[in-house]
Design a protein around this ligand. Structure first.
Ligand code: ADP
Length: 319
């Protein structure tokens, strides 16, 4: 293999740049030509491809977002779109592709592999919802963004004696709310994997109030539903003053944490190693601090489950 390419696709996540840098530098270290594909699969179909040099990825390890930009592409989901994508890759003599993205992007990568074009998936999403890896690139940074926001809300919550509901991203996974809830000492964490009835949340708020607690902080994962609606229900059932904050896209931005930069560097480099070993249709991941690779489709057929002992612990610590 002499020429490889890298793209970012789907939802962006902090640390994607560190992963791009690792793919480009590791490739060049192994005397490969490395191409960057702009705007994900849509850009690939449209031939938005440029050769990357060592300097192309200079000064990006600390930056959020993705210098290659990203997109969602309906055209790529069709067979015609996938054929066009492979034609573009062949035009440049590219023989292997690293796809940095979430589960949708991985499904795209496995489609290209099925059609004979070797792809490796690198998990980049703040949701931490990809089976086969303990952590995805971007999760740690988003988690830190959430707890900084919760810490600030806690200050104002204490001053005013209010109940705060904070809606956290994560798509269908509760990881971000779960970890943030434990890290920020939230009174309740509402996640799809443990759908606690609103009545029991209300009981906990009331018990805390009777004990003299001045505020309650409730983290709601977006996978459960809207924080606004949840807030309305709590208001109805408690008559306490409630406020709702939707953290939204602030969770996607910011300079990646050290953990995300290290993870991205290790996973990006491992993806290049796998292509050089002749592997295809694999995803890279980290499990018990060891780099691993798995068949993409086998991994996606597993279900991702967050560490639910942390849910129990959070309840024990916030009585
Ligand atoms: P993420 O990778 O963050 O999960 P999406 O689910 O939006 O984001 O997927 C990103 C892109 O990957 C889609 O816009 C589409 O082009 C491609 N993709 C997603 N699912 C498939 C699929 N089943 N087959 C082919 N391509 C897909």
């Amino acid at each position: 293999m002499k020429k490889i390419a890298v793209l970012t696709s789907g939802g962006d996540a902090p640390g994607m740049n560190a992963a791009i840098r690792a793919v480009v530098r590791k490739g060049i270290y192994h005397d490969l030509d490395v191409f960057g594909i702009y705007y994900g699969y849509q850009g690939l179909i449209e031939g938005k491809i440029e050769k990357m040099e060592l300097g192309s990825v200079g000064d990006i390890i600390q930056k959020g977002g993705t210098i290659l930009y990203t997109s969602r592409s309906e055209e790529f989901k069709t067979e015609q779109g996938q054929i066009k994508a492979i034609e573009q890759l062949k035009k440049y003599g590219i023989e292997g592709l690293v796809v940095i993205g979430g589960d949708g992007s991985f499904r795209g990568a496995s489609k290209l592999t099925e059609k004979g074009f070797p792809c490796i998936g690198v998990p980049g999403t703040i949701d931490n919802d990809i089976p086969g890896t303990d952590f995805t690139i971007g999760f740690d940074t988003a988690l830190n963004t959430v707890i900084q926001a919760v810490d600030k809300i806690r200050d104002t919550a204490t001053s005013h004696e209010r109940t705060y509901i904070i809606e956290v991203m994560g798509r269908n996974a509760g990881d971000l709310a779960l970890w943030a809830g434990l890290a920020a000492g939230a009174e309740s964490i509402i996640i799809p994997e443990k759908n606690e009835p609103v009545e029991s949340v209300v009981d906990r708020i009331k018990r805390g109030h009777e004990r003299g607690k001045r505020h309650s902080i409730i983290l709601v994962a977006e996978g459960v539903g809207s924080g606004m609606e949840f807030g309305e229900k709590i208001k109805e059932l408690t008559s306490f003053e409630t406020r709702v904050t939707v953290l939204g896209h602030t969770q996607r931005g910011g300079s990646p944490t050290a953990n995300d930069r290290v993870l991205a560097s290790r996973l990006g480099a491992k993806a290049v190693d796998l292509l050089l070993e002749g592997k295809a249709g694999r995803m890279v991941g980290i499990q018990n601090n060891q780099l691993k690779d798995h068949d993409i489709l086998e991994a996606l057929n597993q279900s991702h489950i967050p560490e639910l002992s942390m849910y129990q612990l959070s309840q024990e610590l916030s009585i």
